[in-house]
Design a protein around this ligand. Structure first.
Ligand code: ADP
Ligand code: MG
Ligand code: ZN
Length: 589
């Protein structure tokens, strides 16, 4: 029975996604257009907004996946006004809800909000709205905590439903349901009961997280297997992607950042992301000493200080914020011109979200990542807890060490999209390089040498970090760990790339050990290295060329606008899920 149901759901999803939902012959079309123009004062729908609106107005469970800033709110705000009854909007951040209610009120749209900290009278008023058949309120915003913890709210909501006035339930940032997403909120799990409690009430989930395993999980948790997933393209044509070689010392990193801020990004605002509280503090104070206006933002600060820093940055008192990923949701500054990663992100998904805070206004912005091998192990020690996590980190590493494939193409792969070079338009360091190096290097003998170094260390009961392995390979460090051959005739940087490449390709693997203070990553032989002993073994790696990037001259400005965003796709989301990703929510960052 379950199998039958599941294949029926699959069939239904496929049928749903084959419908053209952007049609203009629905009974509500005229109303929808009038509301767009007269109430929201907008001229056109953005890609996929109309499909989402038609789908939810026809009573269909829908999940809308669009990049941040694409206009997801309209997909529930507008339908709320064209049908009778109330729309419940569930949203994780009080500040976001307050912003929305404020801007709705400016447009004379009756909306209200109810949070765990709302004053008593407001809570009472919100509860009454659910029972009051004559209320003018069209949208009621509520936090998932409030929903999960208030029996009164739920019973009034049931009353609202039995009176036939519960029009729809919108769940913003719906990826928060899933532990595999990057912002898991335990209270979102509770939302799974809604589809059973209120059958026939359409659920509309909205998120910027596009990975299929998260979306599948969300559908499972919300118990809406046959739902339409409307997904717009994730390509951000106005973002320029660049990898920079990261120097070994913090001082040299500061030199690079100083130049970027003083020249390339002079008078522009941006974000520098790093992966530890310590780094965020060091970099911020280092940059201040060099006369730059920077704020620091991390989870060690209390909420008040954090919002102070955020505001000062928002109002351009700070040129840049140096932050850990604690600086995330709720950033709504459209003119962020650069996002620099001082350390690689934990996953491509995280990188996409973090770098995606640049250029929301559609104008050119730059996403620069400082990469060096050593940082892999800083991050892996934080995320090693399950195999899947490392896989996601290696996706990020692959993005950094690949020198002959468009960066956009590598991002697209991650979202199961396929973007060609037209979609990049020379807006990445690889595509914009006129003199691209397409040389490859043969790794067969290097594989065998590295393998023998590891075996030799093993016999001496010694574990090798990547750094030690590299030393031994280049005939540096303790003599007893070195190999018998010659030092490889390549640069040490290329040696680092080779080790990273072999990790990503499973010729080497990381092996974690715990001390009282830290987690250390050692390098072991991976499952693929046994092939290196075969006589016909062949393994090639494209050599990355460090492309040019002027630190001391202004970034080119460009007038790409939202109108350039194209290639819209609509998919049903029943594809197989990729490996698990479990965030370590306990780590303070
Ligand atoms: P998201 O939730 O997807 O991050 P929002 O709903 O907050 O995005 O919308 C981002 C901005 O885009 C808002 O300022 C909104 O007014 C604007 N916007 C939304 N839809 C349209 C449209 N069709 N035309 C012009 N601007 C729009
Ligand atoms: Mg939003
Ligand atoms: Zn490219």
């Amino acid at each position: 029975k379950a199998a039958l149901r599941s294949s029926l759901d699959q069939l239904k999803s496929e049928t749903l996604s084959s419908v053209d939902w952007a049609g203009t012959e629905y009974e509500w079309t005229l109303d929808v257009n009038n509301t767009l123009h007269n109430v929201f004062k907008l001229n056109y729908f953005r890609p996929q907004q109309l499909s989402a609106i038609n789908s939810t107005l026809s009573g269909q469970h829908t999940i809308v996946v669009m990049p941040t800033g694409a206009g997801k709110s309209l997909c529930y705000q507008l339908p709320a006004l064209v049908k009778p009854g109330i729309t419940i909007v569930i949203s994780p951040l009080v500040s976001l809800m307050e912003d929305q209610v404020r801007s709705l009120k400016i447009r004379n749209i009756p909306a209200m909000l109810m949070t765990s900290t709302s004053p008593k009278e407001e809570t009472q008023a919100a509860l009454n709205v659910l029972k009051d058949k004559d209320t003018s309120i069209k949208l009621l915003y509520v936090t998932p905590e409030r929903l999960a913890k208030s029996k009164r709210f739920m019973s009034n909501l049931q009353k609202c439903h039995s009176d036939g006035r519960l029009q729809r339930i919108a769940i913003d940032e719906v990826h928060c349901c899933s532990q595999w997403g990057h912002d898991f909120r335990p209270d979102y799990k509770f939302l799974g009961i809604l589809s059973n409690m209120f059958p026939k009430v359409p659920i509309l989930g909205l998120t910027a997280t596009a990975t299929s395993h998260v979306l599948n999980d969300v559908q499972k948790i919300l118990n809406i297997p046959a739902c339409l997933v409307i997904k717009s393209t994730f390509n951000r044509p106005n973002l320029f992607y660049k990898i920079l070689e990261k120097p070994t010392s913090q001082e040299e990193c500061l030199n690079i950042l100083e130049k970027l801020l003083k020249y390339r990004y002079k008078d522009e605002t941006g974000i520098i992301y790093t992966n530890s509280i310590k780094d965020s503090e060091e970099l911020a104070s280092g940059l201040r000493k060099r006369g730059l206006k920077v704020g620091c933002y991390n989870a060690n600060m209390d909420a008040k200080d954090r919002s102070k820093v955020h505001l000062k940055w928002h109002d351009k008192h700070y040129q840049t914020i140096v932050a850990t990923v604690a600086f995330g949701m709720g950033i709504d500054k459209p003119d962020v011109r650069f996002v620099i990663h001082h350390t690689i992100s934990k996953t491509m998904e995280n990188y996409y979200q973090e770098s995606g805070r640049a250029g929301r206004d559609g104008l050119r912005a730059e996403c620069v990542t400082l990469y060096r091998m050593q940082d892999i192990f800083k991050v892996s020690a934080m995320v090693f807890s399950s195999v899947g996590d490392l896989g996601h980190l290696y996706g990020m590493v692959k993005y950094c060490i690949t020198g002959n494939i468009c960066r956009r193409k590598l991002i697209a792969e991650h979202f199961n999209e396929d973007w060609g070079s037209d979609d990049c338009n020379k807006m990445c360091d690889v595509c914009s390089e006129t003199n691209l190096n397409t040389k490859e290097i043969n790794l067969e003998s290097y594989c065998r040498t590295l393998s023998s170094i590891i075996d030799n260390a093993d016999q001496q009961d010694t574990k090798l970090t990547a750094q030690k392995l590299l030393d031994a390979w280049f005939l540096k460090g303790p003599v007893n760990l070195r190999h018998n051959g010659k030092s490889p005739a390549i640069s040490r940087t290329l040696g680092e790339d080779i080790i990273a490449f072999l990790l990503v390709e499973n010729y080497l693997i990381e092996d974690f050990h715990f001390t009282a203070y830290s987690t250390i990553s050692y390098i072991k032989k991976g499952p693929n290295i046994e092939f290196a002993q075969d006589s016909d073994f062949s393994l090639k790696m494209p050599i990355r060329k460090y492309t040019t990037f002027e630190l001391e001259s202004r970034a080119p400005s460009c007038t790409l606008t939202n109108a350039n965003i194209k290639n819209v796709t609509q998919t049903s989301n029943n594809k197989s899920s990729s490996s698990k990703m479990k965030e370590n929510n306990k780590t303070k960052i």
